[in-house]
Design a protein around this ligand. Structure first.
Ligand SMILES: Cc1cc2nc3c(=O)[nH]c(=O)nc-3n(C[C@H](O)[C@H](O)[C@H](O)COP(=O)(O)O)c2cc1C
Length: 228
C-alpha cells in the first residue's frame, strides 16, 4: 500500500516538475506580451537599424527642415529658427522627430543660399535627402515644419512629401518666415496631399520670434488650441 502511494506521489511530482519546466521554457501563460506605450510588444527586440534618425516612442512625428549658418535678422546660428520651433513641439508632445537633411548642405552665406534656392525653385529641383525615414507607417500624425523660401516651401520639402506615403495621416504644418507668413503653403500641402487630412490651421512665426520664450509660448498655445 505504502509503495503504491509513494509511486503515485512520484508520478504527481514528475507531472508538476514537467509542467513547471514547460512554462519556464515557453514563457508564462499569464501574459508577458504586454503592449507598451508605442503599441509594440514590450518584449520584442528593438530593431536598431531603424533608429538611425528617429526613435519610435509615440504616434506623432515632427518632421522639419531648417538651415544653420548666416540667416536673415538673427545672425549666424547653430540651430535654425524652424528647428527651435520644432523642438518646442517635440518636447511638449513628447513626439518623435525627423530632420530633413540635404545631401548637399546649403552655403553658410545667406545671399548664396537665396541664389541657390531661387535656382532650385525656378527649375523645380528636388534636392536629395541624406537619411531615410524607415517608420513612417507607424505614425498617425505628422507635423511638417519649414522656413518660407521664395514664397514657397523649400524644394527639399517637396522631395520629402513626394518620397513618403503620407496618405491617411493627419498632417499639421508649421513654419517660420520673415514677413510672408505661411505664404499659402498650408493650402499647397493640402492640394498636394489629397489623401491626407491636412490641417490648414498651421502656425507661422517670424524666425526671430521663434527663438524667444514668446515664440515658445505661442507654439504651445497653438498646440493647446489644436486639442493637445
Ligand atoms: C533661401 C531663402 C529664401 C527666403 N525667402 C523668404 C520669403 O520668401 N519670405 C519670407 O518671409 N522669408 C524668407 N526667408 C527667410 C526665412 O524664411 C526665415 O529666415 C526663416 O526663419 C529661416 O528658417 P530656418 O532658420 O529654420 O532655416 C528666406 C530665407 C532664405 C534662406
Amino acid at each position: 500500500m505504502n509503495k503504491k502511494i509513494t509511486f503515485i506521489l512520484e508520478i504527481l511530482l514528475f507531472i508538476v516538475i514537467g509542467v513547471g519546466l514547460f512554462f519556464v521554457i515557453n514563457g508564462s501563460p499569464f501574459g508577458n506580451n504586454e503592449i507598451s506605450d508605442n503599441g509594440t510588444e514590450a518584449n520584442q527586440p528593438v530593431d536598431v537599424s531603424k533608429q538611425s534618425v528617429q526613435t519610435t516612442n509615440g504616434k506623432i512625428l515632427v518632421v522639419y527642415f531648417s538651415r544653420t549658418g548666416e540667416n536673415y535678422s538673427v545672425g549666424n546660428v547653430d540651430v535654425g529658427n524652424t528647428a527651435m520651433m520644432a523642438s518646442y513641439i517635440i518636447d511638449y508632445l513628447d513626439a518623435d522627430s525627423y530632420e530633413i537633411i540635404p545631401v548637399n548642405s546649403y552655403p553658410n552665406n545667406y545671399d548664396e543660399t537665396t541664389t541657390q534656392a531661387q535656382e532650385e525653385k525656378k527649375n523645380g529641383v528636388r534636392p536629395q535627402i541624406k537619411y531615410s525615414l524607415n517608420d513612417i507607417d507607424f505614425y498617425d500624425t505628422v507635423f511638417i515644419g519649414y522656413p518660407i523660401w521664395w514664397g514657397d516651401l523649400p524644394m527639399i520639402v517637396y522631395t520629402f512629401i513626394e518620397e513618403y506615403d503620407l496618405s491617411g495621416k493627419t498632417i499639421i504644418p508649421f513654419n517660420t518666415h520673415e514677413g510672408s507668413g505661411s505664404a499659402g503653403t498650408y493650402n499647397t500641402l493640402k492640394n498636394k496631399l489629397v489623401n491626407s487630412n491636412v490641417i490648414i490651421d498651421g502656425l507661422a512665426l517670424r524666425g526671430s520670434k521663434a527663438r524667444t520664450s514668446e515664440g515658445k509660448e505661442e507654439t504651445i498655445n497653438w498646440l493647446k488650441g489644436l486639442g493637445y
